[in-house]
Design a protein around this ligand. Sequence first.
Ligand SMILES: [Zn+2]
Length: 556
Amino acid sequence: MSQLRIVGGSVYDPANDVDGDARDVCIEAGRIVADVPPSAQRLDARGMVVMPGGVDMHSHIAGGKVNAARWLLPEDHARHNAVAPTLDDRATIPRSGNDGSVPTTFTTGYRYAGLGYTTVFDASVAPLVARSAHAQLGETPIVDSGFFALLGNDDYLLRLIDAADRERAREYAAWLLAATGAYAIKIVNPAGIELWKRGARERMELDQTLGGSRVTPRAILETLADAANTLGLPHGVHIHCNNLGLPGNVETTLASMSALDGRRAHFTHLQFHSYGKTATGGWRSAAREIIEYVNAHTTLTGDVGQVMFGATTTLTADAPVEYLLHRSSGQKWLNIDVELETGCGVVPHEYRDRNAVAALQWAIGLELFLLSSDPWRVVLSTDHPNGGSFMSYPAIIRLLMDRAYRDEQIAHVERKLLAGSALADGLSREYSLREIAIITRAGPARLLGLVNKGHVGVGADADVTVYMPDADRAKMFSTPRYVVKGGTLVVEEGELRRAPVGRRLYVRPAFDTAITRDLERYFDRYATVRFANYPVTGLPDDPLPVGSAMASSGVR
Ligand SMILES: [Zn+2]
């Protein structure tokens, strides 16, 4: 099926200023086109809502810690068997697997597509396991996918920063992205993971030095933010700040934002970094301080990292956070010091609505959404599976669109810590369908620099989702009627029917080859992998462009 006309739906395409107008969307050879001949297949979407395919810019679906979580959680898998779908496409073998908080690869692809999502990024992959991450993405059908490479605690990078050699650090970052087939630079707890690996058990502040070196979180943030922007990467540096989850971390978060003020930079899962401290050292909401700062500083962007109630699994490169969670919850855990590069921790966790801290985390996420003045710059995520599964996105959309439902839910949760939060005072805002289209597709696509995603203008990738309107917005968004991916109708009448292979999204920036001579010596001396064996080869698809146009495009 190379030509398709989606007829007469209410189209929500905010990137092209289309807000619910009834019109046709035409598709030919995997792209949106202006028109197709009368002989084209027709899909009657009258009375339905048409949006671009969903874009998840921060999820965890591949790589070392995702697989480590799969090893750690056989009981989670045993409870959530997923049978193979019945596909029309006989060329594709449907696969069984497991759901639960960390689904298996095939099930992950099926579930995202079943929600109307067509593009997904894993937000943190240790470069050392890039090969495995690519293999897992290759087994995740339908969605276009890629990952961000972890760099903020990398020994070679920290040596360059200690030597104040920021140009060489930029060339190294370029080499690393090209060698691993990554899409963007990810920083997690800059210098803090390395400090923890050396045995320290303290917080990390922005100007704290690492050992006797000149390395500080501030120097890492500046070096890598400038590297991403100078190299013209499609996405600016993606930052998970220091002191995640700790009371009072709002100070660290604001200091980190201020350090990069005026530069293009993305601050992820803001909810986990928006905590004030009470007189007795406990948690309070500092959502208002954080979101007002983001509202006022237009080069900064974020995603929320909404917490949803229920059992899930936390997994992160931020091993010190997982150590604390394991100690406080008594849950089993797994830690891997990833050689010279980063860390990794996994702890199963349940957010209970009668638990005061979990209730506060849930409320802070909603406050960030409801107080955000620019949906293009603060987009939806749960940091899947850390705050909750991506399968809870429809429930979050209902919380944002339906105040009566939201107030009902607030009445159920433990209110001990909610006092003083804007949510407890009653926020009346309700997101519109246009705003939902921004925070779930148009916004993330723009922040990622994906010019052919997140909209249905002529030339865009033919990724389209069609929903049947329903007053229950959770129901509406959990069961799209039709999903088109790259021109292929993958969901029909609410059923997954086809599972084509998705495209790999990565960049291959140019770098000064002088860096490789020194790197070869470094690998020989310290690494378990030979330099020649480190780069990933044989990736499918061509890399996406990088360049100065990207760096200056920023955000609107
Ligand atoms: Zn994450």
